[in-house]
Design a protein around this ligand. Sequence first.
Ligand code: PEP
Ligand code: MN
Length: 337
Amino acid sequence: MIIVMKKNCTREHVENIIQLLKEYGLGANLSTGSQTTIIGVLGDKTKLSDANLELMDGVEKCVPIMHSYKLASRDMVPEGRTVRVGNVTFGAKKVVMIAGPCAVENQEQILKAAEGVKAVGAALLRGGAYKPRTSPYSFQGTEEEGLKMLRRAGDETGLPVVSEVTDHEQLAFAEQYCDMFQIGARNMQNFRLLREVGRTGVPVLLKRGIASTVEEWLDAAEYIMSEGNCGVVLCERGIRTFETATRNTLDVSAVPVVRERSSLPIIVDPSHAAGKAAYVEPLALAGVAAGADGLIVEVHPNPKQALSDAAQQLTVDAYASLFHKAAEVARAVGREI
Ligand code: PEP
Ligand code: MN
């Protein structure tokens, strides 16, 4: 449930309500927008049956939240949330451009990739160190060493870095090297991992599971937020459908759906949706046109030699083309890059 406050309510009115909720054993999430102040009730609202909240000073109305996710819902923060990673803000006017290789392979490769995408204009560097591979015989990632190499490349180019964590036991180490954790599609419902990243203060890029509904995805975000970490950015990366011409089917409609239902920023990953370099640019442009707050694109200094996802990684030149077109589309929809 949310408590919508009157326009002329005072600080004291707000504090009285938060105090009352505390007495009932409930938490509060305060959202002070330019138009309205909203207090989100956290916990079992049936405890409030005799509280007569609507009669309290400063209260306009009480509205139940119909979804299982609360902190992630749009009702709780109607203006939308922003998430900061280093000097970058997700959910503001700028479309955040993340780029880098699928995997960190060696120091030279990740540094070259970082320099290339930085020169094009990317704001964040990606690179997987713990790789969740479908086959146990595929390259599994450079793990701890990879994270150190990624950090060095980020520091040398001045780019914050995002990397995937696949197990809660990696967090203490990864936290020292990552500005943002990525939770991959295969782990979207790894509830232990969600809860544990929720206990860190590190912003999280939460990918959509390959067969997950928007509702399940937002419930996954809620797991992270309910532990105190509201720095969650959602990432649509394609879902599994009957179509086999692409690796996955980019669900562009998830962008407006999420923007309507959730306060969280949402970005698009055209690389894992496409599975093929030639399709990446048009899908990226579709994502920006649909209102995405950012793009995460796989870029490799030499895609043909990539140890993972070779077919879908872009050269730096191809990324530059995507980047400039995306900037034009962003302008057309009232955003910028
Ligand atoms: C990745 O980003 O390299 C990755 C493995 O993505 P996903 O979890 O979306 O498959
Ligand atoms: Mn990949």
